[in-house]
Design a protein around this ligand. Structure first.
Ligand SMILES: [Zn+2]
Length: 264
């Protein structure tokens, strides 16, 4: 039997999955990925992922929020609708929210405002935060620090930054999400020595599919589309780099994810 895994970053609402979503979920289950946390990156997409959790009720939960790329489009009405969504049983985290100073698709002051709004909603509801951060680690940590005592838990998903940023987050007692970036010899191997520094009760795994197909996948899938069934590649790489077994990494990350998202 394959060890049970939780994929904490699944963009199942993405149009890349429109043609064969059922098969994608089926393959995930066959691969042992029994729980998927879908990512909501806009109000509309969050509404869509809530509907998807109803199609796969035993296996899917979702976040709901506004990604920093779309911060410039956020309105008070959006926040009011998100607040209603946080009452739903299937919505288990506030986000995706955060700061992206790499692509700067929204002006930075607007990103910061919208990020703080999400933090406030997480504080109000007592829910954990699912966060995105690119080239903004210092600012991100400074903002989180102001609220840290009132936030239950926060994960920096798809962590790809350096040691200094990692320690900034661990010092704030945040969780870290690791993707197939660690399988990428061109840009992800700097993460290998850092994997040992992340405590087991802070480490979770994710595909961030359909993006970030693990480059170690064999045989190489025909399409570059990633899917939850490939999460094992991330687990395998973490196991190899930390000297733990695949089973142990699976067990630890699953336990951490279930506790982080307060899953039944
Ligand atoms: Zn992200």
């Amino acid at each position: 039997m394959k060890p049970e895994l939780v994929d904490i970053g699944v963009n199942l609402g993405d149009k890349a999955f429109d043609k064969d979503r059922d098969d994608v979920v089926e393959r995930a289950l066959e691969a042992g990925v029994t729980t998927m946390i879908l990512t909501g990156t806009t109000l509309e997409e969050s509404q869509q992922t809530v509907q998807l959790t109803e199609l796969y009720p035993d296996h899917c939960f979702t976040t709901a929020g506004i990604h920093p790329h779309y911060a410039k489009d956020a309105t008070e009405q959006h926040f009011a609708e998100l607040r209603d969504m946080y009452k739903l049983e299937k919505v288990v985290a506030v986000g995706e929210a955060g700061l992206d100073f790499n692509r700067d698709f929204s002006p930075r002051p607007v990103q910061e405002q919208v990020f703080e709004k999400h933090i406030e909603m997480a504080v109000e509801t007592g829910m954990p935060l699912f966060c995105h951060e690119r080239d903004a680690s210092k600012r991100f940590a400074d903002i989180v620090k102001n609220y840290r005592d009132d936030i239950c838990d926060l994960v920096v998903h798809c962590f790809t930054a350096d040691k200094e940023s990692l320690y900034r987050y661990l010092d704030l007692d945040l969780h870290i999400g690791i993707t197939g970036w660690v399988c990428d010899e061109r840009r992800g191997f700097h993460l290998h020595p850092l994997l040992n520094d992340i405590p087991a009760n802070k480490l979770m795994v994710e595909t961030d599919c359909p993006y970030l197909l693990p480059r170690t996948s064999k045989p190489k899938p025909k399409s570059r589309r990633n899917e939850p069934a490939f999460l094992g590649e991330v687990v395998k790489t973490i196991a190899a780099q930390t000297g733990k077994s695949i089973e142990q990494i699976a067990q630890e990350t699953t336990k951490t994810a279930k506790s982080f998202f307060r899953l039944p």
